[in-house]
Design a protein around this ligand. Structure first.
Ligand SMILES: O=c1[nH]cnc2c1ncn2[C@@H]1O[C@H](CO)[C@@H](O)[C@H]1O
Length: 328
């Protein structure tokens, strides 16, 4: 068993953020869109810091203009995930980028994403589920149509609702309508917090939006009372160590609080966030955390069991994933 072939779950992956740069360049060429400013000389995504990363992300996404583009994107992303041993992936999907919050357009995008997902499951055995995601810096008014799109398409594929984007802008309480709407439709909830917003950002998010999972949540590491609360209430943290390091939150894997949080009894998993932006893969995340924390296969089996317990899929899907995890 190598780190690559070890079966893995990925709960925190932005679909556009996982776009291979070559696919974005191909689409830009086909549509005569000039994107030269967002790539390095060697063809990687180029950004200076987190706010600039968000801008580059949106520039790259601007070439994804049709449902078919999202079908191509989904196929490329799932193939890459499967190459690194992912057997189950939840990705963040944004109606803001897929039809601008219009429900009819969103259904067309979703149909292509689901088709490509079914195809990837047949070809690579990988299971994909979607979490509709509003974008914090687009504001609460944009979050409402995103939540309505989520509520109207909740089902076997769309399992959850969440929020990403710039956590330093706005307040979680501004988004209660969107989260309540999604909750009433039976969707599971997650929300980015405690990446840039400190421990208070996590407390405010839990208080106002009550998600079962927090995206990142690593700012809890400096707050023992919050760590205890997360452990007691079994809130799951979707950690993405390589992303945090690439964006400068921690200097190295060894300095990342993942092991400390796990040790304290917090439910955690490991994901890649926006892998080509952060020059990472699931394989690299496992290799680096293994080296940093002296973790072995059993540690990662425990991490993946926590991920499965926090996954938003239905029970039948979870049972299939469990079987594959145990067959390793
Ligand atoms: O690492 C991240 N932290 C916070 N927000 C992010 C990150 N990566 C992507 N997005 C946000 O998610 C939206 C689409 O899902 C993107 O538009 C971006 O704003």
């Amino acid at each position: 068993m190598t780190w690559t072939s070890l079966p893995k779950l990925e709960l925190h992956l932005h679909l556009e953020g996982a776009a291979p740069p070559a696919l974005i360049r191909d689409l830009a060429r086909e549509k005569h869109i000039d994107l030269s400013g967002i790539f390095t000389e060697t063809g990687a995504y180029a950004f200076r810091d987190f706010p600039h990363f968000l801008k580059v992300y949106e520039a790259a996404t601007s070439v994804l203009t049709t449902p078919r583009d999202y079908g191509r994107l989904t196929a490329a992303v799932l193939e890459n995930c499967a190459e690194h041993g992912a057997i189950y992936v939840e990705s963040f999907l944004s109606p803001d980028f897929c039809g601008g919050g219009d429900l009819h357009a969103w259904r067309d995008y979703l149909a292509e994403i689901e088709d490509a997902s079914r195809e990837a499951e047949k070809t690579h055995g990988i299971i994909h589920r979607g979490i509709v995601t509003c974008i914090r810096h687009f504001g609460p008014d944009a979050a409402k149509p995103a939540a309505l799109c989520a509520a109207e398409t909740a089902g076997p594929f769309i399992r959850g609702f969440g929020m990403g984007g710039n956590e330093t802008l706005g307040h979680p309480r501004d988004f209660t309508w969107a989260f309540d709407c999604a909750r009433e439709a039976g969707l599971h909830l997650t929300c980015h917090a405690g990446e840039w917003g400190g421990a208070q950002g996590i407390r405010d998010t839990l208080h106002h939006l009550a998600p079962a999972r927090i995206g990142h949540g690593v700012a809890a590491h400096a707050d023992p009372a919050l760590i205890a609360q997360l452990a007691e209430t079994a809130i799951h943290l979707e950690t993405c160590p390589g992303s945090n390091i690439a964006l400068g939150l921690f200097p190295s894997f060894a300095a990342h609080p993942l092991a400390k949080l796990r040790q304290a009894g917090v439910n955690v998993s490991i994901s890649t966030d926006d892998p080509p932006f952060f020059h990472t893969t699931l394989t690299r995340e496992y290799e680096e955390t293994a080296r940093a924390f002296d973790w072995d296969e059993e540690d990662f089996a425990a991490i993946n069991r926590m991920a499965l317990a926090a996954a938003f899929c239905d029970d039948d899907t979870a049972a299939r994933v469990k079987e594959r995890l145990e067959a390793r």
